[in-house]
Design a protein. Structure first.
Length: 68
């Protein structure tokens, strides 16, 4: 079972590394690679804990109308 999760972790790590480099965190990756990976994973978990609309363009309440 550990074998099936390893590619997912490697893929996730590669994606985090790419995003960190795009964000200009090259020096942080060199000096504190594991810390950057941990921080990104924590941020992803926190983001997943928030529930929001599936489509960002939908309003959480009906459009407001003025009575004439």
């Amino acid at each position: 079972m550990a074998e099936s999760t390893t590619p997912n972790l490697e893929s996730e790590e590669a994606q985090i590394m790419m995003l960190a480099r795009m964000a200009g965190l090259d020096l942080a990756l060199q000096a504190h690679r594991q810390d950057v990976l941990t921080a990104a994973r924590v941020a992803l978990n926190v983001q997943k804990s928030f529930s929001g609309p599936a489509l960002n363009t939908t309003e959480p309440w009906p459009a407001m109308k003025v009575k004439a």
